[in-house]
Ligand binder design. Structure first.
Ligand code: GLU
Length: 280
């Protein structure tokens, strides 16, 4: 008996677009997989719009996103959730992590961090250098802050901790804290909650049981597991989809209009035709 027959949905998935540009075939592939997995489980799919970065998220991209989702025939349960309206929930978690001494204010700039000599990194990852542990402030530095504004906030990882999780497509995946990634941002100096924090707060609040997303976020999953632990939350199951590449093997970017969903829509192609042509 599945969830549909009992009326109780056990599976809860989500699609979580960030409207900072045109959506492309890589997004379509992930959204489609999220839809298929929710359908196969007889579960729910919700839509969360990750619009925290007010400077980069534009209304025209939100509009185009709804058109893309309609073109794909994607439906979701309930009203879309806008992260921009959930500040208080993120602030509560910032407060909780701060009180537990798990995050600290970091006065170093991104530029200082980027200037560190780096070993070559995998192309898949947005390369953020490992934050040097010796740059951490003395313990307790967080105590004098009653709001997050003005500095970047980082989550302190335990060097050498191995984080292992099971992925529906890739099997067991492991990363080592302090080696594969370092202390990571949870709130930035422009007063915007970081992706890692917001996504965990929302997936927990939404009762999400499985996260389907691109495999460029595999390392983020390890970071997010640390946040679930810090918040005594049960992590969802994970399914990371392969990235879609262009004819030259380069992963698609939001600024590349040639493979934007809008372009296909405007050419009168259906989503099915695109899907068959590009990812079978
Ligand atoms: N908003 C993220 C993106 O567009 C996806 C986040 C997630 O699925 O966790 O890449």
């Amino acid at each position: 008996m599945d969830g549909r027959e009992t009326g109780i949905s056990l599976y809860r998935g989500r699609i979580a677009p960030t409207p900072t540009g045109e959506f492309h075939l890589g997004h379509a592939r992930t959204f489609d997989m999220a839809r298929r997995r929710a359908e196969a489980a007889g579960g729910d799919l919700i839509l969360r719009i990750e619009d925290l970065d007010v400077n980069r998220c534009k209304p025209e991209y939100v509009e185009a996103m709804f058109e893309d989702l309609a073109w794909m025939g994607i439906r979701w349960q309930g009203e879309p959730i806008y992260q921009s309206k959930r500040r208080q929930a993120y602030l509560n978690v910032w407060e909780r992590l701060k009180s537990a001494g798990l995050i600290y204010p970091c006065t170093r700039s991104r530029k200082e961090l980027r200037n560190l000599a780096q070993a070559p990194h995998e192309e898949e990852e947005a390369a953020e250098p490992i934050y040097p542990p010796e740059w951490r402030p003395p313990p307790g530095a967080e105590r004098s802050y009653d709001h997050p504004q003005g500095v970047n906030w980082r989550f302190r990882v335990s060097e050498g901790e191995v984080i292992t999780f099971s992925d529906a497509r890739k099997g067991e995946v492991s990363f080592v804290a302090g080696v594969d990634f370092g202390d990571f941002g949870v709130w930035n100096r422009e007063d915007i909650p970081a992706y890692e924090l917001a996504v965990v707060v929302d997936d927990l609040a939404g009762g999400i049981t499985e996260v389907v997303r691109g495999e460029d976020l595999l390392k983020s999953t390890a970071r997010q597991i640390l946040l679930y632990r810090a918040l005594d939350g049960t992590p969802p199951a994970w399914c990371h989809e392969p990235l879609v590449r262009d004819a030259h093997g380069k992963r698609l970017a939001k600024r590349c209009n040639a493979l934007a969903l809008r372009t296909f829509r405007e050419q009168g192609l259906s989503f099915e035709e695109c899907g068959v042509r590009f990812f079978g």
